[in-house]
Design a protein around this ligand. Structure first.
Ligand SMILES: [Cu+2]
Length: 158
C-alpha cells in the first residue's frame, strides 16, 4: 500500500511537468493554506496588464482573509472581483478575499482574480510568476504560477 501511494505521488509530480513546482505546491498543502493550480493569463506582446487565478484551501478552523498581494513582475497588484452592471461585466477592486474556515475560495476568469497592473516585461508562456499573498493576520504565502493561455468566454478553462 505504502509503495503504491509513493508511486502515485511520483506520477503526480511528474505530471505537473515540473517536479520542483509540484514539490512546492505539495509543501504548501502541508500548512493551513493550500494553493491549488495557480496560473497567470498569457497576454499579447505590448499589453501591460494580466491576472492570476488559483484555488485556495483553508484547512484551519479560522476564516482567513487575503488583504494584499505582491509580485516582482508588476508595479501594482490588486485584488479584484467581477460585477454585473447594466448587462456588462466590470472589474472591481476588493478590500479582501475571504477563505472560509475549512473551506475553499476559487479565483477564476470572470470571478475573483489577482490583477497584475503595469507589468515590467512581457510574460512568456510557461514562465513562473512569483506571487506573495498577505493575510489579515500578518502571515504571507508565496507561490509560483505558470503563464498559460486562457480561452475566451464560453470556452473558459474552468
Ligand atoms: Cu481585474
Amino acid at each position: 500500500m505504502k509503495l503504491t501511494v509513493s508511486r502515485l505521488l511520483i506520477l503526480l509530480s511528474l505530471s505537473f511537468g515540473g517536479s520542483l513546482l509540484g514539490a512546492i505546491n505539495f509543501a504548501a498543502a502541508a500548512g493551513d493554506i493550500a494553493i491549488i493550480d495557480p496560473y497567470v493569463r498569457a497576454i499579447p506582446p505590448g499589453q501591460t496588464v494580466s491576472a492570476a487565478f488559483l484555488q485556495i484551501e483553508n484547512n484551519s478552523e479560522k476564516a482567513r482573509f487575503i488583504i494584499n498581494a505582491t509580485s516582482p513582475v508588476s508595479r501594482v497588484v490588486e485584488l479584484h472581483s467581477h460585477v454585473h452592471e447594466n448587462g456588462m461585466m466590470k472589474m472591481r477592486r476588493v478590500e479582501a478575499i475571504e477563505i472560509p474556515a475549512m473551506g475553499k475560495t476559487v479565483l477564476k476568469p470572470g470571478g475573483l482574480h489577482i490583477m497584475l497592473i503595469d507589468l515590467h516585461d512581457s510574460l512568456k508562456l510557461d514562465q513562473k510568476v512569483s506571487i506573495t499573498l498577505e493575510f489579515k493576520d500578518g502571515t504571507q504565502q508565496n507561490f509560483e504560477a505558470p503563464v498559460r493561455k486562457i480561452m475566451m468566454k464560453g470556452m473558459m478553462k474552468k
